[in-house]
Design a protein around this ligand. Structure first.
Ligand code: EPU
Length: 423
């Protein structure tokens, strides 16, 4: 297990290229299975979750070629014949569950392992399954697997997602585009990842109405063709580095390869910290403020404040002048990073689904433990601002979602090294 050894504090100065988005790429990869010809996706990051999903797809018989140097993924579904996603792979990554929608949609049959829990409690898939049942599929559970079957054409119907769910929207869209007569999803997710998926499916030949709104109506078509797709840049990585630049005094950072239209309301909230921000076509320039204003936030579905930036924001708030609070309304107990930031000297207190923060405290280096992807990156941000030496343990979580993190941070002046750790 690797760890990061970090010496702080250092200002960050220079340019950071934003990688392709993992969460946008995964639905597009599943959609490639629906085509009758190969799909090519560019701007794909070299991340563990991408490799895992490549392997999930390969199990079905599809040919998957990943040109890592250029970030180009080609998926050829011609020999897809094994309609199963096994537990050994699905347990490594929840989004493998997208195979259910893709296989059911294309072949009317699928056997996909139920994903397990995750670092911050149960993350159910009831909406995915109930939506497919509403569509006309027969769904049963057998020894930890979902067995799904559907007739040549399902009637469809209307299903309301309560709460709105990115994953369920993706799975229901994948299941219906080829196989449902007419299916309406209400309270559908409007996250950029879902919008991109729907737009690209339409380019492949699908009929989807209401893209970008909370009501999607899908009318099944006979066939879809593979296409060339540019994957979106990672909006959460973008937000993470915006926060990194703002919370490290005297930083001056330019982010490149940004999809600025995917950031929703985040830049407006961010500007309240007092950081100087200039947004251009595909770059964002951030200059750290002399003092950070405390800004309280509450996570919401897009375009609201993303839960995937909650931990990073709270960590930044330990460096703000005054009190703030951060409430997560999407995941109620996504606060495992808090005791670790407290070990570094942060003044934070969790009460139900809110963390109260009082700043500014000079953080001091310590050993801290990563628990999940976004928690881990928050600890890196905190350790970079802390005085002295920190060890951030169990960074394999980071390798799931941040491409070349230490290289990108080292290039802008951070003192961060990856060290292989004895078991
Ligand atoms: N929910 C249900 N039933 C379901 C599905 C979801 O009750 O069947 C609830 C969840 O418990 C949660 C809410 O709905 O309270 C929203 O969850 P959602 O389904 O939208 O999450 P997801 O699709 O499993 C994706 C991202 C997450 C991100 C969330 C929220 C991917 C691969 N994952 O998860 O990303 O936090 O949307 O925006 O796209 C991350 O990147 O670190 C990450 C966890």
């Amino acid at each position: 297990m690797d760890k990061f050894v970090i010496e702080g504090p250092t200002p960050l100065q220079g340019s950071i290229p934003i990688s392709g988005s993992k969460n946008a790429a995964l639905p597009l990869m599943a959609a490639a299975l629906l085509g009758d010809s190969p799909t090519t996706i560019t701007n794909i990051p070299k991340l563990r979750d991408i490799y895992t999903f490549n392997n999930v797809i390969r199990v079905t018989g599809c040919k998957v070629d990943f040109d890592e140097e250029d970030g180009i993924l080609t998926i050829d579904p011609k020999h897809l014949s094994h309609l199963e996603a096994p537990y050994e792979l699905v347990r490594k990554m929840r989004a493998s569950f997208y195979m259910l929608g893709a296989l059911l949609g294309k072949f009317g049959k699928a056997k996909v392992s139920l994903p397990g829990g995750c670092a911050w409690g149960p993350r159910p898939v009831d909406l995915h399954l109930d939506g497919m049942r509403e569509m006309g599929a027969d769904i049963t559970l057998d020894q930890g697997y979902v067995i799904a079957e559907a007739p040549e054409q399902m009637e469809g119907g209307t299903f309301t997602l309560e709460p709105s769910s990115v994953g369920a929207t993706v799975n229901l869209v994948l299941a219906s585009v080829l196989r449902a007569k007419e299916f309406t999803i209400k309270n559908a997710a409007r996250e950029p990842d879902v919008v991109l998926l729907c737009k690209k499916l339409v380019e492949m030949g699908a009929n989807i109405e209401g893209i970008g709104t909370q009501t999607l109506t899908i009318r099944g078509v006979d066939t879809l063709e593979g296409i060339a797709i540019r994957n979106a840049s990672d909006r959460i990585e973008t937000g993470t580095f915006m926060i990194a630049a703002a919370m490290h005094p005297q930083s001056n950072v330019t982010l490149t390869n940004v999809d600025v239209d995917d950031l929703g309301g985040f830049p407006e909230t961010f500007s309240k910290t007092g950081a100087d921000m200039t947004i251009n076509k595909d770059t964002i320039h951030i200059k750290a403020p002399e003092t950070i204003n405390p800004v309280s936030v509450k996570t919401e579905v897009y375009p609201g404040f993303p839960t995937d930036l909650q931990a990073q924001w709270s960590t930044m708030m330990t460096q703000a002048n005054g009190k703030s609070s951060v409430t997560d309304t999407i995941y109620y107990d996504r606060f495992s990073y808090v005791p670790e930031v407290v070990r570094l000297g942060g003044d934070m207190d969790v009460e139900e689904n809110t963390v109260h923060i009082e700043g500014k405290n000079q953080l001091k280096g310590a050993s801290v433990m990563s628990t999940d992807l976004r928690a881990s990156v928050s600890l890196v941000l905190a350790a970079m601002v802390a005085e002295g030496h920190s060890d951030v343990l169990r960074i394999y979580h980071l390798d799931r979602g941040y491409e070349d993190l230490e290289e990108k941070l080292t290039n802008v002046g951070a003192n961060i090294k990856r060290v292989a750790q004895e078991k």
